[in-house]
Design a protein around this ligand. Structure first.
Ligand code: NAD
Ligand code: UDP
Length: 339
């Protein structure tokens, strides 16, 4: 069976993807520096699946150290999750973000080139559609203007990967543009474990529910949307992880570059999300309305037709599943992995 290297695989999306790959019969190697994760997530992946994962603690920017991973394993495809992802922090520390996100990509590509690995799947983001494109986003739209350095790193990395594939016709690159992954594995053993105050909506809601935060501030209720709050395309992280299994099958059979949106195609507002969490879990979430957050777009959601047509993938879980599974994880792990 094929061996897949998950760069940054100890993180939120990587750990869920590891479970789905292992359960589909792939061998999984993870390389991570644990800058935003811990080895415990990988142990839990092994517990859930009853299979073992080869784990390397390595800074992927460091191509010389990363090379061990390639020399010691026969890697068939790489999934590149390794990156810093906090939008606000990227505005304050742009050099850190450009250095980490671009250099991890370059080091991976250098090692792939040296060891003849031709297949890579990249964790891109809906943020690359920028401010100009109308919703719902389709893959053939041009990348737009981002509002922050994090978004620009994704734009730049897409470009780097496209150029690399253009220069080497034996390469296969899949760019996955994620919408808003939320929820957790239904076992409640792995989930999102943000360090410090969560930047994203759902981890914040979950921490209010578990008593770690007093209340949620909803950033703006004067947007041009049905209830005035922003609308996003929330996708269950397990559906997203299953999309990676399909992308692995695809990347190993094809050449060139292909882009896929991974979303549901259905937007929900912040208020709808809070209400859905309350209803699914029978818990009240204290919230108040505050100022808009700089850089937020009123709406972001996918046209998800291409992934269905080409990969045969679509989401299977609904908003209630997302809210229930998130709470199951948070309730069982009130302090995340660091219990
Ligand atoms: P995460 O922070 O949980 O996972 C990223 C992992 O990469 C972490 O385990 C971190 O320790 C590791 N990492 C970072 N820099 C590294 C380095 N230099 N060397 C080795 N390991 C390194 O984030 P996630 O939510 O799982 O996101 C995975 C990818 O998907 C990221 O590239 C992110 O930008 C992208 N993405 C995430 C979202 C989202 O909402 N979660 C949306 C769109 C795109
Ligand atoms: N949001 C909010 N309060 C928070 C965090 C987020 O109202 O504490 C809103 C945010 O303005 C956006 C939506 O929730 O409209 C989703 O935000 P998130 O940061 O999770 O995702 P992104 O902005 O990247 O789509």
């Amino acid at each position: 069976m094929s061996t897949i290297l998950l760069a940054g695989g100890a993180g939120y999306i990587g750990s869920h993807t590891a479970v789905e790959l292992l359960e589909s019969g792939y061998d999984v190697v993870i390389a991570d520096n644990f800058s935003n994760s811990c080895p415990e997530s990988v142990k839990r992946v092994e517990q859930i699946t009853g299979k073992s994962v080869k784990l390397y603690e390595v800074d992927i920017k460091d191509a010389a150290k990363l090379e061990n991973v390639f020399s010691e394993n026969s890697i068939d495809a790489v999934i590149h999750f390794a990156g810093l992802k906090a939008v606000g922090e990227s505005v304050e520390k742009p050099v850190l973000y450009y250095r980490n996100n671009i250099d991890t990509t370059l080091s991976l590509l250098e090692c792939m080139n040296k060891y003849g690995v031709k297949n890579i799947i990249f964790s891109s983001s809906a943020t690359v559609y920028g401010e100009e494109n109308p919703v719902p986003y389709t893959e053939e739209m041009k990348r737009g203007t981002c509002t922050n350095p994090y978004g620009w790193t994704k734009v730049m990395m897409e470009q780097i990967l496209e150029d690399t594939a253009k220069a080497d016709s034996s390469m296969s690159v899949v760019l996955l543009r994620y919408f808003n992954p939320i929820g957790a594995h239904e076992s409640g053993m792995i989930g999102e474990d943000p360090q410090g105050i969560p930047n994203n909506l759902m981890p914040y809601v979950a921490q209010v529910a578990v008593g770690r935060r007093d209340h949620l501030t909803i950033f703006g209720n004067d947007y041009p949307t049905p209830d005035g709050t922003c609308r996003r395309d929330y996708i269950h992280v397990v559906d997203l992880a299953k999309g990676h299994v399909k992308a692995v099958e695809y990347v190993m059979k094809n050449k060139g570059v292909e882009v896929f949106n991974l979303g549901t195609g259905t937007p929900y507002s912040v208020t709808e999300i809070v209400t859905a969490f309350e209803k699914a879990n029978d818990i009240k979430i204290k919230y108040e309305y505050g100022q808009r957050r700089a850089g937020d777009l009123p709406e972001s959601y996918a046209n998800a037709d291409k992934a269905l047509k080409v990969l045969g993938w679509k989401t299977e879980k609904n908003l209630e599943d997302m809210c229930r599974d998130l709470w199951n994880w948070q309730r069982n792990n009130p302090q995340g992995y660091n219990k």
